[in-house]
Design a protein around this ligand. Structure first.
Ligand SMILES: [Zn+2]
Length: 421
């Protein structure tokens, strides 16, 4: 194999940090290609999925290439309720695996699912020794792979201080967060939601931070909030951020975006350049500046995961002509974010993609359909951090696009082409 080129390493200066982070003990991440169907389901939510045979209808676990009943290879992933009977439970008090050895004891149980198969799952602390009815769900572990977790049937969510929740979530409670753009109503709602979720400190980027100090802003007067000068269109302001924030940073939420929505008074190429400057190059500079800080933080942390949230757009997945140049910049940002996620694997940092449909703001004034308000977007981000999921589609339009792109992407592409202005 040829030696890697700089093209293969978009953030080449991060190599040293990657090397040190590999020493961090993580759960085993090896999975077969077919088993990554569970990882895909865990990345978007907690709902248990099982393989279902198209020919005989059998549900099976663990994942296999063919049906265990009739050997057909036409298997589809189906969501399942997750209810079941706890048959047996045990506590691991010794392990040769470095990660599990660090976190002993681990409780595991055997559950006969109502759907049919029997599975082995991690037990939350709230599962009592005499428990019978339980619910099995999917979670991403610290290595970013799917594991089965078992809770009491009546428990809606795991307690924030439970060991499993600590290992698999990015809960903002008690943590230091950076929100890159506090100038918009969406950014301000996000800061409010993070503080309500218990964030200890929120750095808030603002392109006019100096002026804000002279004209007190609602955010700037809150004791937990520190406004910092930050404009993702000005790469030098992004580069200056590292020394300002120091090493005490647990979560980055990049919500800074430019969406020119094809404004008529400037040329379309100018619009595209302004959008790419912030949405793609600004994010790249931000990752180059803060990525090593966050990954070092995540690698040394045994509590909740560090997190990097990129607020993108569902238009990153399919070109939308009304917001044509913005769609292209969103696609570039999504591609970059996928690279960030790959680099972050193994460092205790979860990279979360938030892909909303049209927001309730000026840039989406000419877009039809239900718009996503500031509080709804902020709430979706906080919930995603608590759940430790990777991919979030807030709002009805985003969910519809997700489902249509999954079932028939060409149909959506053609429909939007016919609707284009
Ligand atoms: Zn079958």
């Amino acid at each position: 194999m040829n030696a890697p080129t700089d093209m293969a390493r978009p953030c080449a200066d991060l190599t040293a940090t990657q090397t040190s982070n590999r020493a961090m003990a993580l759960p085993p991440a090896a999975r077969s290609r077919v088993a990554r169907g569970l990882t895909a389901a865990a990345a978007t939510g907690h709902i248990l999925h099982l393989q279902c045979c198209d020919r005989c209808g059998a549900l099976q676990y663990p994942p296999r290439e063919a049906c265990g009943q009739c050997l057909a290879d036409t298997l589809r992933w189906q969501p399942q309720p997750g209810g079941g009977q706890l048959l047996a439970q045990s506590t691991l008090r010794h392990s040769n695996d470095a990660y599990f050895a660090q976190h002993l004891p681990w409780r595991i149980g055997t559950i006969k699912l109502d759907a049919g198969p029997t599975v082995i799952a991690f037990l939350s602390e709230s599962v009592t020794p005499d428990a019978a009815r339980v619910t099995v769900s999917l979670r991403l572990d610290r290595a970013g792979e799917a594991v089965l977790v078992c809770q009491p049937e009546q428990e809606a969510s795991m307690a924030a201080d439970s060991k499993l929740q600590q290992q698999m979530s990015c809960d903002p409670r008690g943590r230091v967060v950076l929100v890159t753009d506090g100038a918009t109503v969406h950014g301000q709602a996000l800061v409010d939601a993070l503080l309500a979720a218990g964030a200890r400190k929120v750095w808030v980027g603002h392109a006019r931070a100096v002026r804000l100090r002279q004209t007190p802003d609602r955010l700037a007067t809150r004791p937990e909030v520190q406004v910092v000068p930050l404009d993702l269109g000005d790469l030098s302001s992004v580069a200056a951020l590292g020394p300002m924030l120091g090493n005490e940073l647990d979560i980055v939420v990049n919500n800074a975006q430019v969406n020119r929505a094809r404004r008529a008074e400037v040329s379309i190429v100018d619009d595209a350049a302004a959008e790419m400057a912030v949405n793609y190059l600004g994010l790249l500079q931000l990752w180059t500046t803060l990525g090593p800080v966050l990954r070092a933080r995540g690698a040394g942390n045994q509590g909740p995961l560090a997190a990097w949230v990129n607020v993108l757009s569902v238009y990153a997945l399919q070109h939308f002509a009304t917001l044509g140049t913005y769609s292209a910049s969103a696609a570039a940002a999504l591609s970059l974010s996928q690279g960030m996620r790959a680099q972050a694997l193994g460092s205790g940092v979860r990279v979360v993609h938030v892909l909303p449909g049209p927001l309730d703001d000026e840039a989406h004034a000419n877009v039809a359909g239900p718009k996503l308000g500031p509080a709804a977007l902020a709430s979706a981000i906080v919930v995603a951090l608590r759940q430790g999921v990777e991919d979030v589609f807030p709002g009805d339009i985003a969910k519809e696009w997700r489902d249509r792109l999954h079932s028939n992407p060409k149909a959506l592409e053609r429909e939007l082409a016919h609707e284009s202005p």
